[in-house]
Design a binder for this molecule. Structure first.
Ligand code: SAM
Ligand code: DTB
Ligand code: SF4
Length: 330
């Protein structure tokens, strides 16, 4: 065979091995990050096409049901009361207002409605109204997700009884880097809440943020940890830092967009059956980078003009891009 034949090239793809125990070791994940870009995207496409329709995107809509005034010091967050971000704190929303937003999200095609509260952990008096929101939103025929911070014993059980579908609780960043970003709780606290949620049979939505100033190794550690949860989260949001004036990370150098795409591809390969959500940061991203993210295996987005406190692409921008790419929404 000619040394330059396509067949010969085909066998030169780098294929990092999985760790023998069946989990993704950090080294194996780091090796994926090091692949030539085309090989990485090819691997991600192979995995994606085995498990999903590559042209179908799930949409969730977010609503901040309680904004700002959070005790925690997550250094990316507009809602921490430790930073002067100019955000107006608002109390827990009334049920009727939440339902109006949920109906609107459903009517625009979202299949999941995610309610976020800026709490370290929900107080008992806060949980009951949230349970009511979950019960009532479900009656609209749409999936429910909440993100309320760390759960105390018994709280996950009550959320399950209310019919909650997903609980969002991100690992956010690598263990080695976590203390640089948050000091008021630990990664193990986060893992404990995920475990409580899982024990109740509630589906887990857990991912992280990139562009915090972490290095590639830290991104590999984060993805390896997510992929090693047993089972991996059903939903994996990958957030690109949205820099917030007044937070310690307001001026952190922007991550190379192709590195963001790589992170999506690595999440896809290591968590083949999970929905990988291209989450925060889409508003700041070009359509072309978003297209690469879908090519790399992202198959879920947040739809709607707002995330929690920052802007998200308007639905007509999403619709125009999806039409250009031949993507359909599910
Ligand atoms: N307080 C709860 C918690 O920390 O889990 C729920 C809300 S918190 C805002 C949800 C997630 O949003 C965080 O875990 C983080 O991944 C993401 N997030 C917050 N601020 C962000 C920012 N400025 N840019 C990108 N993602 C952000
Ligand atoms: C997730 O991983 N990203 C969402 C949702 N889960 C709760 C939140 C993104 C927040 C982006 C910054 C803001 O709007 O405040
Ligand atoms: Fe509070 Fe969540 Fe923001 Fe951290 S990320 S400051 S816990 S709202």
């Amino acid at each position: 065979m000619n040394a330059c034949s396509p067949a010969e090239h085909a066998v030169t793809f780098h294929r990092p091995a999985r760790a023998p125990e069946g989990e993704w070791s950090t080294d194996a994940v780091a090796a994926l990050f090091e692949l030539p870009f085309s090989d990485l995207i090819f691997r991600a496409q192979e995995v994606h096409r085995k498990h999903f329709d590559p042209n179908a995107i799930q949409r969730s809509t977010l609503l901040s049901i309680k904004t700002g005034g959070c005790s925690e010091d997550c250094s990316y967050c507009s809602q921490s009361k430790r930073y002067r971000t100019g955000l107006t704190e608002t109390p827990l929303m009334a049920l009727e207002d939440v339902l109006e937003m949920a109906r609107a999200a459903r009517d625009k095609g979202a299949t999941r409605f995610c309610m976020g509260a800026a709490w370290r952990s929900p107080k008992e008096r806060d949980l009951e109204p949230v349970l009511e929101m979950v019960r009532e939103v479900k009656k609209l025929g749409i999936e429910t997700c909440v993100t309320l911070g760390m759960l105390k014993d018994g709280q996950a059980e009550r959320l399950r009884e209310a019919g909650l579908d997903y609980y969002n609780h991100n690992l956010d960043t690598a263990r080695e880097f976590y203390g640089e970003i948050v000091t008021t709780h630990t990664l193990d606290d986060r893992l404990e809440t995920i475990e409580k949620v899982r024990r109740q049979g509630i589906k887990v939505c857990a991912g992280g943020i990139v562009g915090l100033g972490e290095n590639r190794r830290a991104r590999a550690v984060l993805i390896a940890q997510l992929a090693s949860l047993t089972p991996p989260p059903e939903s994996v949001p990958i957030n690109g830092l949205v820099p917030i004036a007044g937070t310690p990370l307001e001026a952190v150098p922007t991550l190379d967009p192709l590195e963001f795409v790589r992170t999506i591809a690595v999440a896809r390969i290591t968590m083949p059956t999970s929905f990988v959500r291209l989450s925060a940061g889409r508003q700041q991203m070009s359509d072309e980078v978003q297209a690469l993210c879908y090519l790399a295996g992202a198959n879920s987005i947040f739809a709607g003009d707002r995330l929690l406190t920052t802007d998200n692409p308007a639905s007509d921008r999403d619709a125009a891009l999806f039409a250009r790419l031949g993507l359909r929404t599910i």
